[in-house]
Design a protein around this ligand. Structure first.
Ligand SMILES: Nc1ncnc2c1ncn2[C@@H]1O[C@H](COP(=O)(O)OP(=O)(O)O)[C@@H](O)[C@H]1O
Ligand SMILES: [Mg+2]
Length: 248
């Protein structure tokens, strides 16, 4: 059984006068332990897809199943929170750390929802910070850290609950190339050493080298699924599209 299974998933944003089809009839399978890229131009539905898989948003139609849980039929916020807290870690382009809390306190946050006692929380949060190489920054606040360090704290916060799945939405979008590489190396380590399944939304095709395969979205539709052997094809497609864009 795949870890992630989407069947006939649609997402339509309808605000009366404006109707946007963000996902159209999407079928996707991701196996446990895979590192999969979601690529496609801006506005193609990458973030929407991740939000729906992570239970941050619901599909208009269709079925989303993760680890045997039918996420698309979870109704209450309590059920959705429980699903997210137990199975999913999110990493976003903006790090969303709480400025007045230290790195350690930020990483502890998801464990408060689990009702762990403070000592246990601290131990687990320190362990997560060690995994991202930032134990020595535990008592620093976000403003005292570089962007790359802040993103690694956000990753520690995502993994402190030992999720099966990490959903990363343009996680290197605000980082220079050295920090971007550090973040991607870390994802690779989590994937290879701990077997965490990773779904990475990005428009940066240089990151493909880290991924087992890529799902390409265009206008909310799955326009192709590419394995390593076909990355060249995917890169050629995107640069062709950019050239066409330039000439219009
Ligand atoms: N909350 C929303 N309300 C209305 N339209 C939205 C909303 N979120 C996203 N969209 C639209 O859905 C489409 C897909 O957006 P998104 O998933 O953010 O794409 P991507 O992450 O690939 O750039 C876009 O046309 C976007 O404008
Ligand atoms: Mg996006």
């Amino acid at each position: 059984m795949p870890l992630i299974e989407l069947r006939g998933v649609w997402k339509i944003y309808d605000s009366g006068s404006m109707r946007v089809v963000a996902l159209r009839d999407v079928d996707i399978d991701v196996e446990e332990g895979e590192f999969v890229a979601v690529v496609g131009p801006s506005g193609s539905g990458k973030s929407t897809l991740l939000h729906i898989i992570g239970g941050l948003d619901r599909p208009t139609r269709g079925i989303v199943r993760v680890a045997g849980i039918e996420v698309s039929s979870l109704r209450s916020d309590t059920e959705l929170c429980k699903y997210r807290n137990e199975l999913v870690g999110f990493v976003f382009q903006m790090f969303y750390l709480i400025p007045r809390l230290t790195a350690l306190e930020n990483v502890e946050l998801p464990l408060i929802a689990r009702g762990l006692d403070p000592r246990e929380r601290r131990t687990k949060a320190l362990e997560a910070l060690r995994l991202v190489g930032l134990e020595h920054r535990a008592h620093h606040r976000p403003a005292e850290m570089s962007g790359g360090e802040q993103q690694r704290v956000a990753i520690a916060r995502a993994i402190v609950t030992e999720p099966k799945l990490i959903l990363a939405d343009e996680p290197t979008g605000n980082l220079d190339s050295a920090n971007a590489r550090a973040v991607m190396d870390l994802f690779e380590k989590l994937n290879k050493a701990l077997g965490v399944t990773i779904l990475l939304a990005t428009h940066n095709l240089e990151l493909l080298s880290y991924c087992d395969r890529a799902i390409r979205l265009v206008d909310g539709k799955v326009a192709g699924i590419y394995d390593r052997e076909r990355y060249d094809e995917l890169i050629a497609l995107s640069s062709k599209r950019l050239r066409e864009h330039d000439s219009t």
